[in-house]
Design a protein around this ligand. Structure first.
Ligand code: MG
Length: 393
């Protein structure tokens, strides 16, 4: 990021206003502490200043009741100590400004906590505007046709040509805005640009962005989550299983019946591959193991088709809003040869889990005739599963 301009020595401050109660949001906590991609909205807002190329000192104005939420939200960020807000937004901003150890020529940007998607180009434009103007107001021109209505009926079409929608940050020299706020004490002004206008300052309009919108409703929060990316996290689980080979004529492996000179011993159908994969999926969501869900002491599962176990793990993931990204199962044995059945196994696992077969991998290996698998006393399987889940609160 290049400096917007250089010869003027100033320090840069940001006052983030987070004292509102967000009554239109409707959630249990104020909107500035709601979850945006797994952390608080306020944290993303503060980081948009902290990650700017030039050093920015950031102070947050909070509601006294929100101290615990605030501490949790900004943990690990280098911010100035917070200040408590006042009865109105105007009071809160003034209290934030008064708490700054700033010189008159320093630049202060006043910003809504609920506008987390502020980009650095906007900060650049706002600072650059102060070369020529007393103040900079980030805004976007109104492009929709604007109607004036009364009792649900249009009474006029408003000329939108000169209309702008005000956003934040609103940017000022510290000395000018501080005295403008003191002069405006007792007035009820809608934003800091209005405070500046009241003091006779020139307020330059600076192009904002549609993404720099204010989170007011739950729909806004959902939109912000879509914009910042996934809102998901990925988890991995692993599973391992062994079954003994005894006298018999077929084995079940990965949901496929394979004629063989022995069979696998177990309470269920002893499908070692599906058992390992079931455990991997359960592990990815921290849901215990196959024995918790289908105890071998339970008569219901005697001779059971292990596809039931695997399908159940898939359902538990779906209940959590998760999806299976990938499964990888390795069968460890000398015999039977897995290769000829690999494609059928992939298809069957995908079918049981209701996922695309490209998300399934089946592999096989021997142990070079070493150990119990090498002596054909049993078959082992291991599996790794990756699951996408909604990001944790
Ligand atoms: Mg087993």
């Amino acid at each position: 990021m290049t400096e917007a301009f250089s010869p003027d020595p100033f320090r840069l401050f940001a006052v983030i206003v987070a004292a509102g109660r967000g009554s239109r949001f409707g959630g249990p906590i104020p909107k500035q502490y709601a979850r945006l991609k797994g952390s608080a909205v306020l944290r993303t807002t503060a980081q948009s200043f902290l990650s700017y190329s030039r050093q920015v000192s950031v102070i947050v104005v909070i509601h006294p009741d929100d101290r615990a939420l605030y501490d949790q939200a900004i943990e690990g960020l280098a911010l100035l100590p917070p200040v408590h807000g006042g009865a109105t937004r105007q009071d809160s901003v003034r209290l934030g400004l008064e708490a700054l150890d700033a010189a008159p020529q320093d630049i202060v940007m006043i910003h809504d906590a609920a506008r987390p998607l502020l980009d650095h180009a906007i900060i650049d434009r706002a600072i650059a505007a102060l070369q020529a103007s007393d103040a900079a107001l980030v805004a976007i021109p109104v492009r929709d046709t604007i109607k004036r209505g009364e009792a649900g009926v249009v009474i006029a079409t408003v000329d939108r040509e000169h209309l702008w929608r005000a956003q934040t940050p609103q940017t000022f020299r510290y000395g000018r805005i501080m005295s403008a706020h003191h002069a405006a004490l007792g007035l009820d002004l809608t934003d800091d640009a209005a405070v500046a206008e009241q003091a006779g300052m020139t307020v330059e309009l600076v192009m904002g962005s549609e993404d720099n919108f204010k989170i007011t409703t739950a729909d806004d929060l959902a939109r912000a989550n879509r914009l910042v990316g996934t809102g998901y996290e990925f988890r991995t689980g692993q599973g391992f299983d062994v079954h003994q080979l005894v006298k018999g004529d077929h084995v079940w492996i990965n949901g496929i019946r394979i004629p063989h000179s022995a069979k696998l011993l177990g309470h269920s159908d002893a499908d070692v591959g599906l058992h390992a994969l079931t455990d991997a999926l359960l592990g990815a969501i921290g849901a215990g193991d196959i024995g918790n869900h289908f105890p071998p002491t339970d008569e219901r599962w005697r001779g059971a088709d292990s596809s039931k176990f695997l399908a159940h793990a898939g359902e538990l993931i779906a209940e959590k809003g998760g999806t299976i990204t990938h499964c990888d199962v390795t069968i460890i044995c000398e015999r039977p040869k897995i290769g000829p059945h690999r494609a059928a196994m992939v298809t069957r696992i995908a079918e049981i889990l209701k996922i695309n077969p490209v998300r399934v991998s089946v592999k096989a290996t021997t142990t070079e005739e070493l150990g119990f698998t090498g002596r054909k006393e049993g078959i082992a399987a291991q599996a790794v599963a990756t699951v996408r889940l909604p990001a944790l609160d």
